[in-house]
Design a protein around this ligand. Structure first.
Ligand SMILES: [Zn+2]
Length: 338
């Protein structure tokens, strides 16, 4: 992604907000056709790139903008650089966020098939909201990631009145104080989106579940978890659609995996776009990671995230998922792994 001033035509590779000469907001330049114009093979491993050999490509788009990208696949000069897409519902898209969170979100959604949505579709967004803590602790989906997601939806023509952001608290702290402290409430208000305390909604019985009616009032659910090392945050986040007592009872009786799979059968279409930009490590310290990951299969996201971080024990819910069966698109695990 490049950014251009519409007046002086200067181009930047990172989103400076305004042109420093003309004070105008910059246009985002998307690239359509990418060619490989340089290839370096790196054979010496380093701290941040322990697996060698790998390739560093110099890429150029149709407007002559150039940038570098790591690749585990070898290319030749003159090759087209194409990003493969898939409509497989088990496919996972990984993209590196460099400076622009919105670009990461655009790419991962584009790769897994760009959604079959109409402008008047109703959407329920489900961010992670665990604690009443400031966003830099990364306990909750960050305000930046939620804002970028909304920008993406507005850009696609969705209207604020058709978007809802839902959450509830399963512990002693009220959802209001969590929403306020995390900065997520501010994002709702700024964008004229109505926040919904799911615990105060009606719950609808489906099989063993009591599910907030907000889930069924929407055409699809946008699961928007923040990932954490050693956890299965993407798969667990939709549990917050359940009535608290119902969830606690189910958790007492069955494994998370069973709850997840049965819940998935009765929910409307649920797309997960996971935040993995700045995230918590095993000691809960915030660490930079720089990724956005999306899939219609949340378990596959968690499994791949575990493979990338290789930190802690594989959570129970992920134990039977075979990494080799997951179609991975965008960036390869080896290109982004720790
Ligand atoms: Zn300018």
């Amino acid at each position: 992604m490049f950014y251009q001033c519409s007046k002086c035509k200067k181009v930047w590779q990172y989103p400076v907000e305004k042109c420093p000469d003309c004070f105008l907001k910059l246009d985002r330049l998307e690239n359509k056709k990418i060619k490989v114009i340089g290839v370096s093979k790196v054979t010496i491993p380093t701290l941040f790139h322990p697996k060698a050999p790998y390739f560093v490509l110099v890429l150029e788009d149709e407007k002559g903008n150039k940038w570098v990208q790591k690749s585990v696949r070898e290319y030749k000069i003159g090759d087209n650089f194409e990003i493969q897409k898939s409509r497989d519902k088990n496919a996972v898209a990984i993209w590196r966020i460099k400076y622009d969170v919105l670009e990461g979100i655009e790419k991962v959604i584009e790769i897994i098939g760009d959604l079959d949505l109409k402008e008047n579709s109703k959407i329920l967004i489900l961010p992670s909201l665990y604690k009443a803590s400031h966003s830099y602790f990364r306990d909750n989906t960050s305000p930046e990631f939620l804002q970028a997601t909304l920008n993406f939806l507005f850009q696609k023509g969705f209207k604020p009145e058709n978007i809802k952001i839902g959450a509830q608290s399963f512990d002693e702290t009220s959802v209001e104080s969590k929403a306020k402290k995390s900065g997520l409430l501010d994002v709702c208000l700024k964008n004229k989106i109505s926040p919904s305390d799911l615990s105060k909604t009606k719950f609808i019985k489906k099989e063993n579940f009591e599910i907030s009616e907000e889930a069924f009032k929407s055409d699809f659910i946008l699961n928007l978890p923040i990932l954490k090392m050693g956890k299965a945050s993407a798969s667990e986040n939709p549990f917050f659609l359940l009535k608290k007592e119902n969830y606690l009872r189910l958790k007492h009786l069955s494994e998370d995996k069973e709850i997840f799979e049965n819940l998935n059968k009765v929910l409307p279409q649920c797309l997960t776009v996971a935040e993995a930009d700045s995230i918590q490590d095993l000691e809960k310290f915030t660490t930079f990671f720089g990724l956005a990951i999306a899939s219609l299969n949340a378990l596959n996201i968690d499994r791949i995230f575990f493979e990338i971080t290789k930190k802690g024990e594989l959570p129970e819910i992920l134990k039977e998922i075979k990494i080799e069966n997951i179609p991975i698109l965008g960036r390869k695990i080896e290109e982004v792994a720790l």
